[in-house]
Design a protein around this ligand. Sequence first.
Ligand SMILES: C[S@@+](CC[C@H](N)C(=O)[O-])C[C@H]1O[C@@H](n2cnc3c(N)ncnc32)[C@H](O)[C@@H]1O
Length: 257
Amino acid sequence: MSSPSDIWSASDYAPTAARLRPISELVATELAGRLPTPAAVVDIGSGHGDGVTALIAHGYAVTAIEPTARIREVGKQNVPSAAWRDALGEATGLDDSSVDAVTSTFGSMFCDPTPGTTEWARILRPGGELVMTAWNQEGFLATMTDAMMEAVNPGSSKQTPPHMAWGIDEVAHERLSQWFESIHIEHRELEWSFDSVEDGMRLYREGSPTHAWMAENIGPHREALWTALRDHLEAHADTSGRVNSTTGYVLITARRR
Ligand SMILES: C[S@@+](CC[C@H](N)C(=O)[O-])C[C@H]1O[C@@H](n2cnc3c(N)ncnc32)[C@H](O)[C@@H]1O
């Protein structure tokens, strides 16, 4: 089985990080409204460190959990003042009740949900805060995921992969309620546009590790995958060829019991 590190090393990550940057800043601002500084924050799946930078700017001491060496090295260079750890969000190696908050911008959603939530609850002190985002079932990335699944597994019944199920309120509540109270789930939108269909295809081929990894590992379905991604972009293009779209996400906040 492939590790997160295999998947997330498959291409450059910078173009995707740039798209997510406004949400990294939003997560830090949301935490700042809930937790005074100084405080110890663990950020899960920190990528190139955009969220870590925003958290440090608010005055938090940040441990950045990032299992993908290729990504972590860039993150370390971008934000050397954080404590970077080569670890999974399901097994951080941190002490029990040792942190005031766990944050994540589209990183913790990729953890195996049961070991992941158990680990976040273990390292958080009682009353500690969780602030995370995940894609929901609305808009560009949800329909793109459906199109990819159909290309890879034609004719199979539609199934929501575990990382996309955080965007279903009942699922998120069920995953968190054993450990957390005051669970709040807010559905929001992020602009998801491309100058052209080719610009979108360039992101998939060169700037989005999950797409590059899937294409490399999908065997005979590879061309069908690229065709499905192109068709999906074309379906969202206007008469000038520009792709103007939005994609939905959830901002999840909760407090450790
Ligand atoms: C979509 S990126 C988000 C990165 C960053 N937070 C940002 O907003 O740009 C997902 C990140 O989660 C990391 N990741 C994947 N699976 C993980 C896991 N089980 N535990 C921790 N991080 C994981 C990947 O290596 C990748 O850097």
